[in-house]
Design a protein around this ligand. Structure first.
Ligand SMILES: [Fe+2]
Length: 445
């Protein structure tokens, strides 16, 4: 496969034409009486028409046939996709999952859509407020099937296997340690090359933004230029009665047939596009004297709520970096948080848990549920010599953090059979080191 081209930048106004059709974008207007090459003009709106300019999102697509050329949508099997947050009783415990099992292609062919499994979530799709966390487990390309989500944006974190994603805006290759965002309404189809696993953060009714940097300044964390947008690519492919468009609408799956590939956009312009980002490009900021900065310094993208400073969901990573803090317990501290924290591991070993938190698994620490380093980590880190050290080399852990209190699905708690019933035991060996007779810490401090 020839190397794919991308447009760098985040949230910019872009314009792209498939090089086979130069001049496909109309000049000076969006909607000429007849478009160049006799294409159809179609606007895709990602925000209310009247949103302030800073949050207004739309793109114009110039395509061989408009998206409306399809048979009626009909309800299909929901598989493990749900937005029912009352399937099982709430569970405030610390939860940890072993790696989610990928079905073998020789036993059952599963594509990206049939391999979607909702793990947890909260909020209400119809009022555009909330989120869901899904696990995808698949082994087969989507072929003549595409998907679009009427409910929200997908932030996709592949953990095993690369994804070749066809979108209406062009093609993206997304490998583990990269992420991509496919925003509401955008049609896409995924080719896979092996057994694949990954995580999806879905946010309803809002879009991901780069976090404000405050006193950090104009640069740092995820830099805008490192985000990559596909370039226009089309296929004029007839599939008589045989192309299936799958739509997630109000949490349910529907399918419609059409006669052509939906990837028939010859040119587009606008600021509402899919994009990808390589996590290696994250510019890490950390404590260089003592104590910890809060983990918000590791935020890659945020989906804001209407409350200032409060996110529907943040996407946060824990990348390789130096640990240099003096007189400090360096692993993540013990805490209880009003936010809900789902963590996943793309590769390597997370520094606070040496045990059963494995790539392709996950953990959920819900609102105000206490958590922190396991006993072994506490003992070692309390006695460690505080020389500068590399942390998390070869590792990429991440967190989906939400201000909403998430419910876990029946699949998450039961039918996935991946819940680790022994998680709580990692803290059981923690013992009191209290020395009332002396203020002096017993450790090397
Ligand atoms: Fe935490």
């Amino acid at each position: 496969m020839a190397e794919l081209k991308y447009i760098p930048g985040f949230g910019n106004e872009c314009a792209s034409e498939d090089p086979r059709c130069p001049g496909a974008l109309p000049e000076g207007q969006n909607n000429p009486q007849v478009c160049p090459y006799n294409l159809y003009a179609e606007q895709l709106s990602g925000s209310a028409f009247t949103c302030p300019r800073s949050t207004n999102k739309r793109s114009w697509l110039y395509r061989i046939l408009p998206s409306v050329c399809h048979k009626p949508f009909e309800s299909i099997d929901q598989g493990h996709v749900t937005h029912n947050w009352d399937e099982v009783d709430p569970d405030p415990n610390q939860l940890r999952w072993k790696p989610f099992e990928i079905p073998k292609a020789s036993q059952k062919k599963v594509d990206f859509v049939s391999g979607l499994h909702t793990l947890c979530g909260a909020g209400d799709i119809r009022s555009n407020n909330g989120l869901a966390i899904h696990i995808f487990l698949c082994n087969t390309s989507m072929g003549n099937r595409c998907f679009y989500n009427s409910d929200g944006d997908f932030l996709i974190v592949p953990q095993k296997g690369k994804l070749l994603i066809y979108t209406e805006f062009g093609k993206m290759l997304v490998q583990p340690n990269e992420i991509c965002v496919i925003q509401r309404g955008m049609r896409f189809s995924i080719d896979v090359f092996e057994e694949n696993r990954g995580y999806i953060l879905e946010v309803y009714g809002v879009h991901f933004e780069l976090p404000d940097l405050g006193p950090i300044g104009a640069n740092g964390l995820a830099n805008p230029r490192d985000f990559l947008i596909p370039v226009a690519w089309y296929e004029d492919r007839q599939v008589p009665g045989g192309y299936t468009v799958i739509n997630k609408y109000q949490g349910k799956l529907f399918a419609a047939k059409q006669n052509v590939s939906p990837f028939n956009v010859v040119a587009w312009h606008g600021n509402y596009t899919p994009y990808k980002y390589n996590l290696e490009n994250f510019m890490v900021i950390n404590s260089v004297a003592f104590d910890h900065a809060d983990p918000s310094i590791f935020t890659v993208l945020t989906a804001k709520s209407v409350r200032p400073g409060v996110a529907v969901a943040d996407f946060v990573i824990f990348p390789p970096r130096w640990g240099v803090a003096d007189k400090t317990f360096r692993p993540p501290y013990y805490h209880r948080n009003c936010m809900s924290e789902f963590m996943g591991l793309i590769k390597g070993h997370y520094e606070a848990k040496q045990g059963e938190f494995l790539p392709g698994g996950g953990s959920l620490h819900s609102s105000m549920t206490p958590h922190g380093p396991d006993a072994d980590c506490f003992e070692k880190a309390s006695k460690a010599k505080l020389a500068p050290e590399r942390i998390a080399d070869g590792t990429m852990a991440f967190m989906f953090e939400s201000s909403l209190s998430m419910a876990v699905t029946k699949w998450g708690l039961k039918s996935s059979s991946c819940l680790d019933e022994n998680y709580y035991k990692c803290w059981e060996p923690l013992k009191s080191h209290f020395t009332p007779e002396s203020r002096k810490p017993a450790g090397p401090n």
